[in-house]
Write a protein that binds this ligand. Structure first.
Ligand code: SF4
Ligand code: SF4
Length: 339
């Protein structure tokens, strides 16, 4: 079931939803982009429909509610531990199809990747339902079609996209139909793209010989190890732990989970002064093969969903999608050498 709404009608829908949910959505932050006088689209809690950015791709990912870049998990005293509070209201997260596919990658890493689900992730995840933003066009650097994340047929309570001066919403979850009382019933399906500006090829299997391939060397000189590509990625899940002790009483403090980045110095440092991946080329190799090989071996699908945010964010104009095509070429050439 779907609805056509005027701008005023959609504002009423959001107002009604706000009574029951926190709304977490992409928001245009004017003048706070990477360069002077540039804008950025980041996730934030919104109070009204007009704050939700539906036309531009977000520069950062929805994951910052589920796994904040820095999150206090618990407070401790000498003999007591208390989990930090999180919102006590359910949360609606607005996101595009590629990001809805990224949710499954997050779930696999935090809920299905060990002897028990991550308790701190799960309590946030249990609060969340998703609203799909329809994609009427492909954005710069997107390669969702190649990664099969361009379309989502389920996993959302309703969809939304602009339609002329109004909005079009598909509402598969009948529990949400009452929020659309200001709308006109219509047959709506969310828009999705069927073609991006370029295609990316990913090898089915990656032979061990690719680890020593010369293609990685280029990144030892080009990549500056800033980690932007990791922090904007909706599927990067690595973190480190920090215990903060308060000055007044050194036995009291808090434990934080802080996002970590495999491209940044120190990620592979170990006790005794060892470091597993010293060069940026080795770090790039790890990042790329983790996204298109290691995750697939464990969970049956590529980790990368083709959002292109890493390409958007890289100050050195390193294109991850180009690297994937280079890896695929290298794998094919290695196959020919063996024959
Ligand atoms: S690796 Fe790049 S394109 Fe793939 S999901 Fe992460 S940010 Fe998006
Ligand atoms: S954003 Fe670019 S320069 Fe920065 S770590 Fe990633 S690939 Fe390297």
């Amino acid at each position: 079931m779907g609805f056509q709404l005027t701008a005023d009608g959609f504002a009423k829908t959001i107002d009604a939803l706000k009574e029951h949910y926190l709304i977490y959505a992409p928001v245009l932050k004017k003048g706070t982009g990477r360069f002077t006088d540039t804008d950025i689209v980041r996730y934030d809690f919104v109070n009204e429909a007009s704050e939700i950015e539906l036309e531009r791709k977000s520069d950062y990912a929805f994951k910052e509610f589920l796994t904040p870049l820095s999150e206090t998990l618990l407070f401790f005293t000498e003999d007591q531990v208390k989990a930090a509070d999180i919102p006590d209201k359910p949360v609606l997260i607005f996101l595009r199809s590629c990001d809805l596919h990224a949710v499954r990658r997050q779930d696999d890493m935090y809920l299905n990747n060990g002897w028990t689900p991550d308790w701190f992730f799960k309590r946030r995840r249990d609060l969340v339902k998703f609203v799909l933003i329809g994609c009427k066009k492909s954005y710069q650097n997107c390669f969702c079609v190649s990664m099969g994340s361009n379309r989502s047929e389920d996993g959302y309570v309703f969809s939304v996209e602009t339609d002329g001066d109004g909005f079009a919403c598909d509402v598969p979850d009948t529990g949400f139909v009452p929020f659309f009382a200001a709308g006109q019933a219509a047959d709506i399906k969310p828009s999705y793209v069927t073609k991006n500006d370029f295609e990316v090829r990913v090898p089915d299997q990656v032979p061990g010989a690719i680890l020593k391939h010369a293609l990685w060397d280029e990144y030892s000189s080009r990549c500056i190890g800033c980690g932007r590509c990791n922090y904007v990625c909706p599927t990067c899940t690595c973190y480190t732990m920090q215990d903060i002790f308060y000055h007044e009483n050194g036995k009291v403090g808090e434990r934080r989970r802080v996002a970590a980045a495999c491209m940044v110095d120190g990620f592979t440092n170990v006790a005794g002064g060892g470091e597993y991946r010293k060069s940026q080329g080795e770090r790039m190799r790890y990042r790329v093969l983790h996204k298109i090989s290691d995750h697939k071996k464990r969970f049956g699908e590529n980790m990368c969903i083709g959002c292109g945010r890493c390409d958007d964010a890289c100050p050195e104009y390193i294109s991850y999608s180009n690297i994937l095509n280079k890896v695929t070429d290298a794998v094919e050439n290695l196959g020919k050498e063996v024959q």
